[in-house]
Design a protein. Structure first.
Length: 92
């Protein structure tokens, strides 16, 4: 195998590995956020969803979960209302 092909293969393997790890982290954060939301730990759920959005910022289900979470937080603490307005005004 030529040096360039070998470097390309190594790069490809690294990218695949990173994508796999990102997917695992994203799924963990979504599930953790859902679990925290069910337990009533809304701020912790929001935190998990924000971290997940760093991995997949345009994920529709995550967008919906974050909006639901911010709606609950906004009712209790008005500082979250602006974040909700920004989220609802964003384009996926």
């Amino acid at each position: 195998m030529s040096k360039i092909k070998k470097q390309n293969q190594l790069h490809y393997n690294k990218v695949v590995s990173i994508n796999y790890e990102d997917a695992k982290a994203f799924n963990f954060l979504i599930e953790s956020g859902r679990s925290r939301l069910k337990k009533g730990d809304v701020k912790a759920a929001y935190s998990e969803f924000i971290l997940a959005s760093k991995i997949k910022p345009h994920h529709l289900e995550l967008h919906q979960l974050t909006a639901e979470t911010l709606s609950v937080l906004c009712e209790k603490d008005k500082q979250f209302c602006k974040a909700l307005d920004v989220l609802l005004g964003s384009n996926l």
